[in-house]
Structure formats: C-alpha cells, structure tokens
Design a protein around this ligand. Structure first.
Ligand SMILES: [Zn+2]
Length: 299
C-alpha cells in the first residue's frame, strides 16, 4: 500500500513538473463577468478589458525575457474559478499573479493594492516586490485571493489591484493604453525579480538569429567560424617562424624519427625470431615425416 502511494506521489510530481509554468498570469474576470464598470467622458470601461490588456503586456515582456508563462485566459472569455484554481495547482511553479482593478463607493480611494493569499509560503515576499514595483501603499494578506487558493505551496500567490476605477484620476490613467503598457512592464520586471532566472534562454535574444535571413545568418556563422579558425592558425604560423621554435620542432622531428627507427628495429627482431621459429617447426615436421616414413617401411 505504501509503495502504491509512493508511486502515485511520484506520478503527481512528474505531471506537475512537466506541466508547471514558472509564472501563471491571471487576468481578472472576463466574458459574462465584467468586474468593475465605470464611465469616463461618456465611454464605458470594464475591469475585464483593462486587466486583460495589462496582463498581455506583462506576458509579452516575460516571454521576451525567456520566462515560461501560462495564462488563465487570453481572450474575453469567462473561466470558472475551479478551472483557474486547477491551472494554479498544475501549472504554477514559482509565481501566480492575478491582475485586477479596484472599485469603491468612496471615489477618493485611489492607488494600487497588493494582496497575497496566506496558503503559499513565499507570497508575502512576492507581494512586497510588487508593492515596490507599482509604488503601492497597501499590501495585505487576504482570503479575497480566492482564485489562487489551493495552489502549489511553493508557488507564491499575489493579486495586484492596479488602481481604482471608481477614482477619476486612476480611471483616466487606466484608460490610457500607454499607461497600461508601462504597468504591464512594471509587473513583468517585479515578477522577474521575484522568480529569478528564466528556465529557458531569452526568446528575444534567440529570435533575431532565427528570424534573420539564411544568407545573413550563414555569413555571421562563417565570420564566427573563420575568426575561430584563423586565430589558432595565425598563432601556429607565428610560432614556426621564431628560431627557438624551429629548434624545438627539429628536436621533435629527430626524436620522432628515432622512435620510428626503434619501432622498426623491434619489429625487425620480432620478424627474424618468427622466421627462425617457423623454420624450426618446419624442420620438426620434416623430421617427423621422415620418422613416419621410416616406421611405415619397417612395418
Ligand atoms: Zn476584480
């Protein structure tokens, strides 16, 4: 029974390792759940759209840096809490970040808030990193981070409220695509700072090599190869030209010739010995033949 439990645990760990992304990004709400809705200059803004746009910027930035990122949604779709939780259990290795925008009955409430769920041991540390990144005055432990509950204990769970949609100043900023892009980048750099090195090499760095035309990359490869090849050759030529090295080289050649001679001499001695042995054995056979013949004659 214990053996069976061990096998099941091993299987679970293998699946989690294979599926886990370093970072899971969760854009709040979506589809039939718009989250907070506010109007500015006659235009309606929905939290689900603002959250998704910022999350996409964060994702692009992290992927460009080589991080392995999973998203709970990439479009305006409604994902159940159960599905989001399941994704956190199976996909999150280091950090689960949920991105939202706040709303309050008090229109003066403004600025970002960072919440973390107590179930993940490193969440508080991660929350502090995000608080610094968005210069938030508030960081709090909260059961409100429902979506991230039951996550992998090693995966820090943080929810960032990027500002209050109920505050005219905050909403004006959140309505600005450029501000959302900057926020996305800030969240990405905070995530990178917390997570540490990406699991794979930077795609940004790898892309130009892949995307570059074959001719250019070949030329570049050739240039690198030729520079690698020419360096030792130049060294060798220079070395041969110095009198001291010529002397060393001559000594080596003489030694090699002597070695060859020695090998030849040993081989020659061996050959002679072999010949002598062969002759002797032939004589023995002849002698035996003669004795057989003699014995036949006698009989
Ligand atoms: Zn929300």
């Amino acid at each position: 029974m214990k053996f069976l439990i061990k096998i099941m645990l091993l299987f679970y760990v293998c699946i989690q390792t294979a599926w886990a992304a370093q970072i899971v990004l969760d854009a709040g709400h979506g589809g039939r759940d718009p989250g907070a809705v506010q109007t500015l200059n006659g235009k309606r803004y929905m939290e689900k759209d603002i959250a998704l746009d910022i999350t996409k910027h964060t994702q692009r930035e992290l992927v460009a840096q080589g991080y392995d990122v999973a998203m709970t949604r990439t479009k305006d779709t409604y994902e159940s809490l159960d599905k989001r939780r399941a994704q956190n259990i199976f996909q999150c290795e280091k950090l689960a970040l949920s991105i939202h925008a706040d709303a309050h009955t008090n229109p003066h409430a403004k600025g970002g808030t960072v919440l973390y769920h107590p179930s993940a041991s490193h969440s508080r540390t991660a929350a502090e990193v995000f608080r610094n990144a968005i210069q938030s005055k508030r960081v709090a432990r909260s059961q409100k981070v429902r979506v991230l509950r039951n996550g992998n204990p090693e995966c820090a769970s943080v929810l960032v409220e990027v500002g209050f949609m109920s505050n005219p100043d905050d909403l004006k900023q959140l309505a600005n695509p450029q501000h959302r892009r900057v926020l996305g980048k800030k969240l990405a750099s905070a995530a990178a700072q917390y997570v540490g090195a990406p699991r794979k090499s930077s795609k940004k760095a790898a892309k130009p090599a892949k995307a570059a035309p074959a001719k250019t990359s070949n030329t570049a490869a050739k240039a690198t190869a030729s520079s690698r090849e020419t360096a030792p050759v130049a060294k060798a030529t220079k070395a041969v030209l110095t009198p001291q090295n010529v002397k060393v080289a001559n000594t080596k050649v003489a030694q090699n010739q002597k070695d060859v001679k020695d090998v030849k001499a040993v081989k020659a001695v061996k050959d002679v010995k072999k010949d002598v042995k062969d002759v002797k054995s032939k004589n023995v056979v002849k002698t035996e033949d003669k004795s057989i013949k003699k014995s036949v004659k006698v009989s």
